[in-house]
Design a protein around this ligand. Sequence first.
Ligand SMILES: Cc1cc2nc3c(=O)[nH]c(=O)nc-3n(C[C@H](O)[C@H](O)[C@H](O)COP(=O)(O)OP(=O)(O)OC[C@H]3O[C@@H](n4cnc5c(N)ncnc54)[C@H](O)[C@@H]3O)c2cc1C
Length: 375
Amino acid sequence: MGSGPRAIVIVGGGLMGLSTAFHLRRAAPQARVTVLERGRVGDAASGASAAGVRVMGRHRAERALALESLRRWPELDRELEATTGYRRGGGLRVALDDAGWAEARATVGEQRADGVPVELVDAATAHRLAPGLSPDCRGGVHCPIDGHAEALATVNAWATAARRLGARIEEGLGADALVGDGSRVVAVLQSDGARLPCDVALVAGGAWSAGLLAMIGVKLPLGGRGLQMLLTDSAPPSLTPVVGCFGRPLSLKQLADGAYLIGGGWPARVPDEAVNRWEVLDDSVRGSLEVARAVYPPLVARSVARSWAGIEAFTPDDLPVLGPVNGVDGLLVACGFSGHGFAVAPTVGDVLSRLALGLDPLAHLWRGLGVARLV
Ligand SMILES: Cc1cc2nc3c(=O)[nH]c(=O)nc-3n(C[C@H](O)[C@H](O)[C@H](O)COP(=O)(O)OP(=O)(O)OC[C@H]3O[C@@H](n4cnc5c(N)ncnc54)[C@H](O)[C@@H]3O)c2cc1C
């Protein structure tokens, strides 16, 4: 691919599509960049996200991408000229039993070897970092560069910044098909029947990417799953880090308004995988609250103010799938973020824009995440 003027069509107005649109226009102001979003930007996983910005506990193949993203997060509001709600309060994954403590000790060395600045902390330090933790806490792993943002604010920040740089973001307009000519994608068929020609099409359609790709013979093993979140009523500020727990599904943070946000991968029901609709499961609400209160007992006094879910694409190895597709020119994919894509959106967008423009693809950041491993 050359780096001259190009027409790029992005399917999907989630964080990956929006971040790519922003980076494209910044790197190549002459490029025509269109984002097709069949609903509203952030409608699916991105807007529902727990918005944790962490490198701790990631698979080795994602660490470089996450470290590079975390390097950018503190400056992101300035870069986007918009507010993401980002706060770097650290991450603390605690152990409440022997098995958890053994796992905590086992994970620190290999993460540090890859440059992830985690440290093993004893119970006293864990309690100092997060007063109120369960008295059973044995200690845990602390990562001072982890933090969190606000999901919808972040989606809107990327959309605003991409629009400001001249990307066209169409809401309420879907992509019905990719149009091929021989082995090349040459256009995207819009849901209004129009054909939008392109040099490159990026499929960043989250849990609905696989269907679009299958229509041109690219079969990716993606599965959509609903992930559920709880938000409590507000309390005075007391919890700074994002808290997780070894052996129990939990991500817990206190937001700027004092409410606690509780997640950790609890399932929601998805009645029809073809559409963006979910139902909160009572069992997940109960289980999620139980785990959160066991780890952080002050939550016993809090009630659930709201619950929701988002549908996310999972791959068989729970790692995203990025980049070009062998044998199909003019096509890029970015999907399968498997419940942990929020934090890496800044770098994913940078990588994809470079691939679309034929610039240095920063291959060292996403080695092991390419399409070839899954097809
Ligand atoms: C509840 C929950 C909690 C999470 N917590 C975290 C966290 O704490 N930290 C973290 O790093 N990650 C987290 N994640 C994961 C993260 O939010 C996602 O990985 C990320 O937002 C995925 O972004 P995306 O752009 O790939 O997908 P999406 O946000 O799902 O966007 C895809 C978009 O494509 C659109 N689309 C699909 N098909 C078409 C079509 N044919 N035409 C036009 N538009 C189409 C959809 O409408 C959708 O808006 C969480 C996810 C969920 C659901």
